[in-house]
Design a protein around this ligand. Sequence first.
Ligand SMILES: [Zn+2]
Length: 348
Amino acid sequence: MFGYVLDEVFVHHRAPAGHPERPARVEAVRDALLAAGVRERGHAVPARPVKDEELAAVHTGSYLDDLTRAVPGRTGWLDPDTYFSPGTWDAARAAAGGVSELALRVLSGELPRGLAVVRPPGHHAEADRAMGFCLINNVAVAARAARAAGAARVAILDWDVHHGNGTQRIFWDDPSVMYLSVHQWPYYPGTGAPVEIGGEHARGATVNVGLPAGSGDDEYLAAFDEVFVPTLVSFAPDLILVSAGFDAHRADPLASMRVSRGGFGAMADRMRAVAERVAGGRLVVALEGGYDLDGLAGGMSEVLRALADDAVAVSLDQLAEAPPRVISAPARAALAATLEARAAGGRP
Ligand SMILES: [Zn+2]
């Protein structure tokens, strides 16, 4: 029975009027997952507060000091996009702690897979700064906690429409944690070029696919089938974490991609299949962005289906034998640029 994190604490991170990263996001996901029977099909895992040592494994002491001085119980801004309210500190600590707890329980074998519906999101948060609605890098905290608990290799797959600059930077020179991202390119936050493949000690452990605006299911699935799936199979992580944003949905107000609800399900199916093949099935999906409530709730419902079903919906062998998808020429060039950068830069 898979585990899930779903908690009222995330509603109390209150947004200023008109801000897209708002409590209604997790309420919409909660309602959709409850309607899909998440309580009956899964096992609730508490969103416990992140531990100090888990935070210290990712963020600098001076940044954590700044946060604990500025944020608890107060209202304000950490950068032009990133607000906080009196409930933010508890929500941020629960988001990182919830994802970490789920990852540790999956790693130990207590639960086979996990789904974390958390906010604030995390993938823009760097070791020493808040950015892009993110205070604490939830998935990075979970990856480091899993490493500390004995995982030799962890992979983070980020399908949020924005590049996860924070996650990339945190693991830039760490060959034990692979970071793979597909994102709109060029776009906020400006990082994520195909030539960004990792630091001196981790060449090839960062994988960036920057797709042109207007890309949809076929372009995304080509990135998975031609780049991410074979790369993950050869890396053979002990655990796969997914930074799951749903802002590549065609209705999303913040970006210009055209992914459908079913497209998110197909991406989740591939991560489930890769996890079953090389990671003992160990897969944890954590919410990042996604600002159209129906697109967000629909995409998460598809992820729930992919995680909750006993059977895996896709066969990697069949995918490997399928001819390349017909996709736009700029998207085809984007995939080629990623593969060329990998070939030129070496692999871990
Ligand atoms: Zn995003």
